[in-house]
Write a protein that binds this ligand. Structure first.
Ligand code: ADP
Ligand code: MG
Length: 693
């Protein structure tokens, strides 16, 4: 024990050999003190025995009871069922995998104490594969008096082992507390507990810990660590930004006349907000360092034209520009808009997507590599391996919340050449609340388009139960009879894309039958790209009056003549998604409407969402409410958000700390800069360079 230091390798601990050390490395654990920062993901409350009669499905509980019966049944495979009772009721323990020895263990009249998730089975409550212990005597009280920490799992390392290792690390910590890296004046002002106290409490909550606070992650000791973790991430993004400032980029200084004549020729006048954002961008581009700018603007605020101006500037300066969009439909629409806008300038965009046929693809890649393509538009295919740009000077990412930080960086890195890094512009229609933006986008400069083009009218929104679907169909009929167009968005079925498409086909069937005099079109994710394009074109031209679609039309699609949006199963969608979908209408001068069809009964949150949409068209308010109702993962993008996983912080719950985190970061960078690296190392390990793939 003498030689054990906080920075010793894990193999210095009892019971850790090279094989285990390797597994632990997957959890970013290399040194003994890394274990202190392996924080419990959650806690289990094994301090209370719950009576069978008081169980609720979904809860994880400790139950003690007498074994009444154990037998095996055949349900496709053999199941071992153990019936237990505690006087207040009976329940079943179910095992799919069990040994002969286990089977004979469960002797009637013995007792068992078990912990697991309660589920509703065919004959009352059951637990599947609970943890259990068999006792001869009846057990009336729980044997632990404090919350049980549950650590992040990795293959082949059991919770018990992690508890043992953290025990060893905690013992060492008591002899030698970890270094406080936060400035004293900050911890004092906020009244924060010491780091060692916080760590100890979180790993081993004492019996008198406030269970509710601990389970909800709001205990002052938790907040102490949350603060430091948020700080680590913030510093790392700041770091990335500082790094960018030292990188080279081609300064794009020419082409101002091209830009102004292009803007003057547009069929509309740019809004003041667009003008302002364009000047931000042009200033950035003229610098010999890469631009890293985020444009936030609500749906329909006119971000595309701003992107076009940036591209034109780049092309005029002799470098290539690339635009990446998250869906094929949106990328195609950009391809068409840019083709139209740039036709007089004889600039034809090259196209690159995953579904492209071999020959046109080869042609695109050729033109991208030899520089004859000045502008490249496409999907994720843009950052794939196996080809190079000739001279990429500007990367634009539309609907950036659909991509992760890593994808964004991958495209940027693809463009790195001896002349430097490409400039980067990312655009998002999801306006995120300020505190969250601080945490998520600290590596970017931000411009906001806070104004809609003139003559836009708010979309009026109503919610109706599906029992009134026929009235909605009638409404589509009469609106289209006036020459307007409409969207009908089909239910979102999370389980499978195939089911989604089936649902869309069924709605299409229903609507073509109900509206025989109307030309109805259908798009969904499983159609061939050429087919999708044909339908979208016909809709854009006004030939198709009603477009039945899955949520693939959620982002970007722009058909100003469409003024009616019908959304089915609206209760299943998130607020921001509904707002995006609704943003497909209200783009022309005619009054637009959105009808949200919902299935009864409506849950509390669903009701709340529909009310928010009915009451406001303002994306910022929608986003704020969405954040409160759902959490930042959903808000910043449904899948991998690119936000790294936090160990203990939760951006929604803890957003209120961000202003203090920011102040603290400034203080550290000014006064104790070496602490910044140590904080990042502590929380992010080698990933502290995240963002740099
Ligand atoms: P988003 O910000 O959602 O990407 P778009 O760029 O698709 O919005 O623009 C929405 C619609 O508004 C498009 O039809 C576009 O041509 C039009 N538009 C953009 N800017 C203006 C403007 N200044 N005046 C009038 N219409 C505009
Ligand atoms: Mg857009």
């Amino acid at each position: 024990m003498q030689s054990l230091q906080s920075d010793s390798p894990l193999t210095a601990l009892k019971g850790v050999g090279p094989a285990l050390a390797k597994k632990l490395e997957k959890l970013n654990l290399k040194r003994v003190d890394d274990l202190l920062f392996l924080l419990p993901l959650r806690y289990e409350d094994r301090t209370q025995l719950v009576k069978v009669g008081a169980l609720e499905a979904g809860a994880r509980c400790l139950v003690s009871g007498e074994i009444l019966l154990a037998n095996t049944v055949f349900r496709g495979r053999r199941n071992l069922l153990v019936r237990i009772g505690d006087g207040s009721g009976q329940m079943t323990l179910r095992f799919f995998h069990f040994s002969r020895q286990q089977q004979v263990q469960f002797q009637p009249n013995s007792h068992v104490i078990c912990f697991g998730e309660v589920r509703k089975g065919q004959s009352g409550f059951e637990m599947i594969h609970p943890e259990y212990r068999i006792t001869q005597e009846r057990q009336d009280t729980a044997t632990t008096d404090s919350l049980t920490p549950i650590y992040p799992a990795t293959e082949g390392v059991q919770q018990g082992r992690l508890r043992n290792l953290t025990d060893q690390a905690l013992r060492l910590m008591h002899a030698k507390p970890p270094k406080e890296l936060l400035p004293r004046k900050v911890t004092k002002r906020i009244g924060m507990p010491s780091l060692a106290d916080a760590i100890n409490y979180i790993h081993r909550p004492p019996p008198d810990a406030d269970v509710q606070q601990m389970l909800s992650g709001t205990h002052p000791f938790q907040r102490r660590l949350v603060f430091e973790e948020l700080l680590a991430h913030y510093l790392s993004l700041r770091n990335l930004r500082a790094l960018t400032a030292t990188e080279n980029a081609i300064a794009l200084t020419n082409g101002n006349e091209d830009v102004s004549s292009f803007v003057n020729e547009l069929p509309f006048k740019l809004t003041n907000a667009q003008d302002r954002v364009i000047s931000d961008i042009l200033l950035d581009l003229a610098e010999p360092h890469p631009m890293m700018r985020l444009i936030q603007g609500d749906v329909g605020s006119g971000k595309t034209i701003v992107a076009a101006v940036a591209c034109l500037k780049a092309i005029a300066c002799g470098v290539q520009a690339a635009i990446m969009a998250p869906t094929e439909i949106l990328a195609e629409q950009h391809w068409r808009s840019f083709s139209d806008w740039f036709r007089p300038l004889k600039i034809t965009p090259a196209w690159l997507s995953g579904n492209q046929r071999a020959a046109p693809r080869r042609e695109s890649l050729q033109s991208i590599a030899d520089g004859s393509a000045q502008l490249i538009i496409g999907t994720h295919a843009l950052f794939q391996k196996g080809f190079n740009f000739y001279r990429l000077g500007l990367v634009i990412i539309d609907e950036q919340h659909r991509f992760g930080v890593h994808q964004r960086m991958a495209l940027r890195d693809k463009g790195i050449s001896e002349s430097g890094h490409p400039h980067q512009l990312v655009m998002t229609a999801t306006p995120i609340p300020r505190t969250l933006a601080m945490a998520a986008y600290a590596d970017l400069d931000t411009s906001i388009i806070d104004e809609l083009p003139p003559k836009r009218q708010p979309v009026s929104t109503v919610a109706v139960p599906e029992t009134r679907r026929s009235e909605v169909v009638e409404r589509v009929r009469s609106s289209c009879a006036f020459g307007h167009q409409a969207y009908w968005v089909c239910p979102l079925i999370e389980e499978s894309e195939a089911l989604n498409c089936q649902a869309a086909e069924a709605s299409y069937q229903m609507l073509t039958e109900a509206l025989p005099n109307l030309r109805v079109g259908l798009v969904h994710g499983r159609m061939r790209p050429a087919e999708k394009e044909r339908v979208m074109k016909a809709f854009k031209k006004g030939l198709i009056k009603l477009l039945v679609a899955t949520t693939i039309i959620e982002v970007g699609v722009d058909v100003p003549n469409a003024n009616l949006m019908i959304i089915e199963n609206a209760e299943r969608m998130g607020l921001s998604q509904l707002h995006q979908l609704r943003g497909r209408v209200g783009r022309g001068e005619a009054k637009s409407h959105c009808v949200l069809i919902y299935k009864l009964p409506l849950g509390h949150i669903a009701k709340e969402r529909l009310t928010v949409l009915r009451d406001t068209n303002d994306g910022f308010i929608v986003a704020q409410r969405d954040l409160e109702l759902r959490g930042p993962g959903e808000l910043l993008g449904a899948k991998q958000t690119g936000l790294p996983d936090y160990r203990i912080a939760n951006l929604v719950r803890d957003a209120d700390l961000m202003p203090q985190v920011q102040i603290c970061a400034e203080a550290i960078l000014k006064e104790t800069e070496n602490h910044a690296a140590a904080i990042m190392r502590r929380w992010l390990g080698d990933a502290s360079r995240y963002g740099k793939v």
